[in-house]
Design a binder for this molecule. Structure first.
Ligand SMILES: O=C(O)CCC(=O)C(=O)O
Ligand SMILES: [Fe+2]
Length: 207
Protein backbone atom coordinates (compact mmCIF):
# COMPACT_ATOMS: atom_id res chain seq x y z
CA UNK A 1 0.00 0.00 0.00
CA UNK A 2 1.39 3.43 -0.83
CA UNK A 3 0.88 6.42 1.42
CA UNK A 4 -1.94 7.61 -0.73
CA UNK A 5 -3.90 4.41 -1.17
CA UNK A 6 -5.65 4.71 2.13
CA UNK A 7 -8.94 3.15 1.13
CA UNK A 8 -8.25 0.06 3.26
CA UNK A 9 -7.72 2.20 6.31
CA UNK A 10 -10.97 3.99 5.64
CA UNK A 11 -12.78 0.69 5.41
CA UNK A 12 -11.56 -0.20 8.87
CA UNK A 13 -13.11 3.07 10.04
CA UNK A 14 -10.31 3.58 12.57
CA UNK A 15 -9.47 6.90 14.15
CA UNK A 16 -5.68 6.83 14.22
CA UNK A 17 -3.92 9.19 16.62
CA UNK A 18 -0.29 10.32 16.24
CA UNK A 19 1.64 12.57 18.60
CA UNK A 20 4.72 13.66 16.64
CA UNK A 21 6.60 14.58 19.85
CA UNK A 22 8.49 17.43 18.22
CA UNK A 23 11.05 19.49 20.13
CA UNK A 24 9.77 22.98 21.11
CA UNK A 25 6.11 22.35 20.24
CA UNK A 26 3.13 20.02 20.10
CA UNK A 27 1.89 18.49 16.88
CA UNK A 28 -0.94 15.97 16.99
CA UNK A 29 -2.89 14.22 14.26
CA UNK A 30 -6.23 12.46 14.36
CA UNK A 31 -6.90 10.57 11.12
CA UNK A 32 -10.50 9.85 10.22
CA UNK A 33 -11.52 12.33 12.88
CA UNK A 34 -14.56 12.85 10.67
CA UNK A 35 -16.11 9.69 9.21
CA UNK A 36 -15.78 9.06 5.52
CA UNK A 37 -19.42 9.65 4.70
CA UNK A 38 -19.54 12.96 6.58
CA UNK A 39 -16.20 14.01 5.08
CA UNK A 40 -17.47 13.31 1.54
CA UNK A 41 -20.55 15.41 2.20
CA UNK A 42 -18.58 18.28 3.83
CA UNK A 43 -16.12 18.36 0.93
CA UNK A 44 -18.86 18.62 -1.65
CA UNK A 45 -20.88 21.25 0.27
CA UNK A 46 -17.83 23.40 1.03
CA UNK A 47 -16.61 23.20 -2.56
CA UNK A 48 -19.99 24.26 -3.94
CA UNK A 49 -21.26 26.87 -1.48
CA UNK A 50 -18.11 28.70 -0.37
CA UNK A 51 -17.62 32.13 -2.00
CA UNK A 52 -14.06 31.27 -3.04
CA UNK A 53 -11.73 34.17 -3.70
CA UNK A 54 -8.69 34.35 -5.88
CA UNK A 55 -6.19 36.40 -3.95
CA UNK A 56 -3.11 37.93 -5.49
CA UNK A 57 0.27 38.94 -4.16
CA UNK A 58 3.00 41.22 -5.36
CA UNK A 59 6.24 39.50 -6.30
CA UNK A 60 8.91 41.99 -7.28
CA UNK A 61 7.13 44.01 -9.99
CA UNK A 62 4.50 41.39 -10.84
CA UNK A 63 1.06 40.72 -9.38
CA UNK A 64 0.59 36.95 -9.18
CA UNK A 65 -2.52 34.94 -8.28
CA UNK A 66 -2.11 32.69 -5.21
CA UNK A 67 -1.96 29.05 -6.33
CA UNK A 68 -5.21 28.16 -4.50
CA UNK A 69 -8.60 29.73 -3.67
CA UNK A 70 -9.44 31.02 -0.21
CA UNK A 71 -12.30 32.16 2.02
CA UNK A 72 -12.10 33.68 5.48
CA UNK A 73 -14.83 33.45 8.14
CA UNK A 74 -15.32 35.11 11.51
CA UNK A 75 -14.17 38.32 13.11
CA UNK A 76 -14.80 41.88 12.00
CA UNK A 77 -14.15 41.53 8.28
CA UNK A 78 -14.66 37.82 7.74
CA UNK A 79 -17.72 36.11 6.27
CA UNK A 80 -20.60 35.09 8.56
CA UNK A 81 -20.17 31.62 10.08
CA UNK A 82 -22.32 28.94 8.45
CA UNK A 83 -24.00 26.12 10.43
CA UNK A 84 -21.65 23.56 8.81
CA UNK A 85 -18.49 25.50 9.71
CA UNK A 86 -19.78 25.99 13.26
CA UNK A 87 -20.39 22.29 13.62
CA UNK A 88 -16.90 21.37 12.35
CA UNK A 89 -15.48 24.02 14.69
CA UNK A 90 -17.28 22.62 17.70
CA UNK A 91 -16.16 19.05 16.91
CA UNK A 92 -12.48 20.09 16.96
CA UNK A 93 -12.96 22.34 19.99
CA UNK A 94 -14.41 19.47 21.99
CA UNK A 95 -11.51 17.19 21.01
CA UNK A 96 -8.72 19.62 21.86
CA UNK A 97 -10.34 21.81 24.54
CA UNK A 98 -9.38 25.03 22.72
CA UNK A 99 -11.80 27.67 21.40
CA UNK A 100 -11.41 29.29 17.98
CA UNK A 101 -13.02 32.38 16.44
CA UNK A 102 -11.78 32.46 12.83
CA UNK A 103 -11.38 29.97 10.04
CA UNK A 104 -9.41 30.24 6.81
CA UNK A 105 -10.44 27.86 4.03
CA UNK A 106 -8.00 26.93 1.29
CA UNK A 107 -9.16 25.10 -1.83
CA UNK A 108 -6.41 23.29 -3.73
CA UNK A 109 -8.13 22.58 -7.04
CA UNK A 110 -5.50 20.14 -8.32
CA UNK A 111 -1.81 19.26 -8.02
CA UNK A 112 -0.79 22.69 -9.33
CA UNK A 113 -2.21 24.39 -6.26
CA UNK A 114 0.05 24.72 -3.22
CA UNK A 115 1.17 26.90 -0.36
CA UNK A 116 4.86 27.74 -0.02
CA UNK A 117 7.03 27.52 3.11
CA UNK A 118 5.71 29.84 5.81
CA UNK A 119 4.63 30.03 9.41
CA UNK A 120 1.28 31.54 10.24
CA UNK A 121 1.28 35.06 11.66
CA UNK A 122 0.49 35.67 15.31
CA UNK A 123 -2.82 37.39 16.12
CA UNK A 124 -2.68 41.16 16.22
CA UNK A 125 -1.72 41.22 19.92
CA UNK A 126 1.46 39.42 18.86
CA UNK A 127 0.50 36.25 20.71
CA UNK A 128 0.62 32.87 18.96
CA UNK A 129 -2.26 30.46 19.52
CA UNK A 130 -2.88 26.84 18.64
CA UNK A 131 -4.27 26.19 15.14
CA UNK A 132 -6.63 23.34 14.26
CA UNK A 133 -6.26 22.14 10.66
CA UNK A 134 -8.97 19.98 9.09
CA UNK A 135 -8.73 18.39 5.63
CA UNK A 136 -11.41 17.12 3.26
CA UNK A 137 -10.83 15.66 -0.19
CA UNK A 138 -7.55 14.62 -1.74
CA UNK A 139 -4.59 13.64 0.41
CA UNK A 140 -1.72 16.11 0.07
CA UNK A 141 1.62 16.22 1.84
CA UNK A 142 2.07 18.69 4.67
CA UNK A 143 5.79 19.29 5.18
CA UNK A 144 7.15 20.63 8.43
CA UNK A 145 10.66 21.89 9.23
CA UNK A 146 12.29 23.52 12.24
CA UNK A 147 13.30 27.13 11.59
CA UNK A 148 16.54 27.08 13.56
CA UNK A 149 17.65 23.47 14.09
CA UNK A 150 18.90 21.63 11.05
CA UNK A 151 19.43 18.45 13.10
CA UNK A 152 15.67 17.90 13.37
CA UNK A 153 14.49 15.90 10.35
CA UNK A 154 11.80 17.42 8.16
CA UNK A 155 8.41 15.74 8.50
CA UNK A 156 6.22 14.75 5.54
CA UNK A 157 2.71 14.25 6.85
CA UNK A 158 0.04 13.04 4.42
CA UNK A 159 -3.13 14.85 5.50
CA UNK A 160 -5.97 12.51 4.62
CA UNK A 161 -9.72 13.00 4.07
CA UNK A 162 -11.37 13.81 7.41
CA UNK A 163 -8.11 14.34 9.31
CA UNK A 164 -7.53 16.85 12.10
CA UNK A 165 -4.03 18.19 12.77
CA UNK A 166 -3.47 20.27 15.89
CA UNK A 167 -0.52 22.67 15.82
CA UNK A 168 0.40 23.80 19.33
CA UNK A 169 0.89 27.41 20.45
CA UNK A 170 4.63 27.49 19.80
CA UNK A 171 4.50 25.73 16.42
CA UNK A 172 4.59 28.93 14.31
CA UNK A 173 7.47 30.36 16.32
CA UNK A 174 9.73 27.34 15.82
CA UNK A 175 8.50 25.62 12.65
CA UNK A 176 7.45 26.36 9.08
CA UNK A 177 5.07 24.34 6.92
CA UNK A 178 4.46 23.79 3.22
CA UNK A 179 2.01 22.01 0.89
CA UNK A 180 3.98 21.31 -2.32
CA UNK A 181 2.59 20.98 -5.79
CA UNK A 182 2.38 17.41 -7.05
CA UNK A 183 2.60 15.87 -10.51
CA UNK A 184 0.30 13.03 -9.39
CA UNK A 185 -3.10 13.46 -11.01
CA UNK A 186 -5.06 14.56 -7.95
CA UNK A 187 -8.52 15.92 -7.30
CA UNK A 188 -9.48 18.84 -5.06
CA UNK A 189 -8.58 19.30 -1.43
CA UNK A 190 -10.13 21.71 1.05
CA UNK A 191 -8.22 22.63 4.18
CA UNK A 192 -9.72 24.58 7.07
CA UNK A 193 -7.48 26.24 9.64
CA UNK A 194 -9.33 27.30 12.77
CA UNK A 195 -7.57 30.10 14.56
CA UNK A 196 -7.96 32.34 17.59
CA UNK A 197 -7.48 36.00 16.95
CA UNK A 198 -8.03 38.98 19.20
CA UNK A 199 -8.00 41.90 16.80
CA UNK A 200 -9.14 43.07 13.40
CA UNK A 201 -9.01 40.65 10.53
CA UNK A 202 -5.65 38.99 10.16
CA UNK A 203 -5.60 36.43 7.42
CA UNK A 204 -2.78 34.76 9.27
CA UNK A 205 -0.89 33.14 6.50
CA UNK A 206 1.81 33.79 4.01
CA UNK A 207 1.82 31.85 0.80
O1 LIG B 1 -3.48 23.37 3.41
C1 LIG B 1 -2.85 23.18 4.44
O2 LIG B 1 -2.76 22.07 4.96
C2 LIG B 1 -2.12 24.33 5.10
C3 LIG B 1 -2.70 25.69 4.86
C4 LIG B 1 -1.87 26.74 5.50
O3 LIG B 1 -0.73 26.53 5.82
C5 LIG B 1 -2.43 28.07 5.81
O4 LIG B 1 -3.55 28.37 5.42
O5 LIG B 1 -1.76 28.85 6.48
FE1 LIG C 1 -0.11 27.98 7.28
Amino acid sequence: MTLFEDIDLFDEGKKRFTDFQLPDTDLKLWEQFFEKRASDEYFSILKDVTPWQQRTRKMYDKILPDPRLTAFYGGENGLEWTPLLLSIKSAVEIACGITFNRVLLNYYRDGNDSVSWHSDNPSSSGKHHAIASVTFGETRLFKVRHKFRKDIPQLDIPLTHGSFLLMGETMQEYYEHYVPKTSRPVGGRINLTFRLSDGAVNTNYVG
